[in-house]
Structures are given as C-alpha cells and as structure tokens.
Design a binder for this molecule. Structure first.
Ligand SMILES: C[S@@+](CC[C@H](N)C(=O)[O-])C[C@H]1O[C@@H](n2cnc3c(N)ncnc32)[C@H](O)[C@@H]1O
Length: 267
C-alpha cells in the first residue's frame, strides 16, 4: 500500500456520498447503476467517482480518482500492480485491450501511466457506454482511447490487432460470463497477444480450485500461466515471453503486492 493509499484509507470513514445520476440497466431491468461521488471534506485530492451496481446488494463496478495526479486508481489494485510488475517501464507500454469497460478505471490507469499507449476498450452495454462518456472518460488525458460498443466474444474473433496487455473483466450483473474460460475464447486471446505480453482475467466469481483448473488447462498455450490471490479474490494470468528472466522478474515484483498461489510453466 502506498503512502497515499494509506492516507486515503485512514480518512475513508469521513467520506460523504453524493448521488450524481441513476440509470436502469438496458440488459437487466432489475439492476440499476448509480454514479456516486465520494468526497472527504477538506481532502479533495482523494475525491472518488464510482459506478455502483445495485440489486439488493451493491458493489462497485468502477472507481476513479478525479484528481489526474493520482495514477493508480482506487479499484482493481491487483490488476494495476500485476501490469506494473510485468511492464516495469510502463510509460512505454504501446497497446492494451480492456474487455468489459463500464466506468473505465483500468483505461484511466493506463492513460495516466503511458501517454502513448493505444488503448482499446470493448463494452456491450449501451447504458455503460452512455455513463462512461458522460461521467468518466470526458477528459483530455485520453490521447488514444477507442471505446467500442461490441460484444467481447465476437470482437476477439474479428480484430487483427495485437496487444501487449489484455484485461478480461466480463461480468453479467454480478457473475463472471461463463465463456471466459472456454477454449475458443482463450485461443482467441492467445492469438491477440504480442511478443512480450500478458492477459489478466478478473476471476472474481471463480473459486480458487476453478482458477487452478483454468490456469493448468491452458498451460501449454502460453509461456506460463498463474493464479494470483489478492484478499481471496483470484486473478488468472497468461504470459508470453521468450525470456525466462522476464518471468522471474515479473513474479518477484508481483509478489510484493499479491500472493502467487500457483504457476504452470509450459512443458
Ligand atoms: C466490472 S465491469 C468492468 C470494469 C472496468 N474493467 C473498469 O476498468 O472499470 C464489467 C463490464 O463487462 C461488461 N460486459 C459483460 N459482458 C460483456 C460482453 N460479452 N462484451 C462486452 N462487455 C461485456 C458489462 O456490461 C460491464 O460493464
């Protein structure tokens, strides 16, 4: 945890929430999404805007710091740290694909980390695209951000581009889309990965055992596959590289932030 994160967590109890706007989901009428600003009095540095999923329970799909000097965003800590661990020179990252964008927290982290990174986002919910454009990405920090209204599973078949970083964050309401572990999808992801590259899967709704099976099943298609654990929230990572020292350095840096539960190296 950085000093700034520590400060933000200490003051988070004083946060005041203001509802900005509420939207009914176009795909599931039992779900509403709220854009909520959370501010700590006298500490505008840590003003956060969240996109909250509401159906009985509520949780955050996306969250961003409104201050552009805060590069690391207040959600998806593990994804950001895994990305930095694989790409220690993150400012020269050239291309990234985010599947499932909502309020675009990870695109924001990438845009603030690498001015020249060409970021492609794919999002199939019209409501999300509307919310993102109105409240989250209307900002000059995005030099090369293309937000496409498309289905991720069809996009990965159509595109001929390659990416250094792929983040798969596909949810149907509060569940992972089941197809994320299918052979067809994983093969497509593999074909979109450039030379030295990683694909990070947010596996929020998969158990540790399912993540282990997922990572081991595809071990031979990548240089290495991993299961990382951040506070019992699992991430499956596929890495491609010709250099074993890149993998070793990645693992060492990553373990400063997340637990490495399992590693499968291609035979
Ligand atoms: C947890 S949110 C993504 C948060 C985002 N990655 C960020 O950085 O803030 C998951 C998103 O996946 C989208 N989604 C689910 N299935 C999809 C699909 N098949 N194609 C594209 N987007 C999809 C949902 O509409 C939702 O907006």
């Amino acid at each position: 945890m950085s000093f700034l994160d520590f400060l933000a967590s200490q003051f988070s109890k004083l946060q005041k929430a203001t509802l900005v706007e509420s939207f009914q989901d176009d795909l599931d009428s039992s779900v509403t999404f709220e854009v909520v600003d959370r501010k700590i009095p006298f500490l505008p540095l840590f003003d956060v805007r969240r996109l909250e999923f509401q159906r009985g329970s509520s949780y955050s799909y996306s969250a961003i710091y409104l201050n552009k000097h805060l590069r690391l965003q207040p959600i998806y800590f593990a994804v950001q740290r895994l990305t930095e661990s694989f790409f220690p020179k993150l400012s020269s990252l050239g291309s990234a694909l985010v599947l499932g964008c909502a309020g675009c927290s990870i695109p924001r982290f990438l845009a603030l980390s690498s001015k020249d990174c060409k970021i492609t986002g794919v999002e199939y919910s019209e409501t999300m695209i509307k919310i993102a454009k109105k409240y989250f990405i209307d900002d000059p920090i995005y030099h090369y951000f293309l937000l496409l209204h498309d289905d991720a599973f069809s996009y990965v078949h159509k595109t001929t581009e390659q990416f250094q970083l792929i983040y798969v964050d596909l949810f149907l309401a509060d569940n992972n889309c089941p197809q994320i572990t299918s052979m067809d999808f994983v093969n497509s992801i593999s074909s979109l990965m450039a030379g030295d590259s990683i694909a990070i899967f947010n596996s929020l709704c998969l158990s540790k055992e399912d993540c282990m099976k997922f990572a081991s099943r595809y071990a031979s298609s990548f240089t290495a596959t991993y299961v990382f654990d951040h506070q019992f929230h699992y991430y499956v990572v596929f890495a491609k590289t010709s250099s074993l020292s890149t993998l070793k350095a990645f693992e060492k840096r990553a373990m400063n932030f997340v637990r490495l539960d399992e590693r499968f190296i291609a035979p």
